[in-house]
Design a protein around this ligand. Structure first.
Ligand code: HEM
Length: 135
């Protein structure tokens, strides 16, 4: 019955990671929190210097779209691929660790449960090979 499908709530174990995290509004809040932490870190913010407000808005929307799509939400990631975007940036392992450390701080702040946290870590770590490009 169609309505049985609709009744599948965010609490069911089969729900997508997107749903378990609380959907679009929750992911938007997570994205904003991550970005706020990144720009407070001198090691990270230097990469974003010189960008216009509209660039920052685009990056925010693209990060959110990427997160939404990767967690099984009803989104399309409209941005460029990770290798192309970060190609000229000389991102080292230390920079990667700083950046992803802030993501971890956000997940702590939002009290994301361990199961969801582990699934997010897998998604984020799958991007590392395309983003870290300096030994
Ligand atoms: C989990 C790791 C990361 C993810 C998921 C990620 C994702 C993204 C996304 C989606 C965009 C926008 C792409 C577009 O608009 O087409 C972007 C842009 C950008 N990222 Fe990352 N990124 C990550 C790590 C990093 C790191 C470690 C740095 C450097 C500290 C960095 C610096 C930048 C900069 C400066 C831009 C703007 C590029 C531009 O449009 O001029 N990113 N990133």
């Amino acid at each position: 019955m169609a309505c049985a499908t609709f009744r599948k709530s965010a609490a069911t174990p089969q729900a997508s990671l997107y749903a378990r995290l609380g959907g679009y509004a929750a992911l938007a809040a997570v994205t904003d929190d991550i970005l706020a932490r990144e720009v407070k870190d001198p090691m990270i913010v230097r990469f974003f210097r010189g960008l216009e407000v509209r660039d920052v808005q685009r990056i925010r929307q693209h990060l959110l779209g990427q997160l939404c799509a990767a967690t099984g939400g009803p989104c399309f990631y409209p941005g460029r691929d990770m290798k192309t975007v970060h190609a000229e940036m000389e991102i080292t392992n230390d920079i990667w660790n700083a950046f992803t450390g802030h993501i971890g701080e956000t997940l702590n702040a939002f009290k994301v449960p361990e199961r969801e946290r582990n699934e997010l870590v897998v998604i984020v770590q799958s991007l590392k090979k395309d983003i870290v490009n300096k030994p």
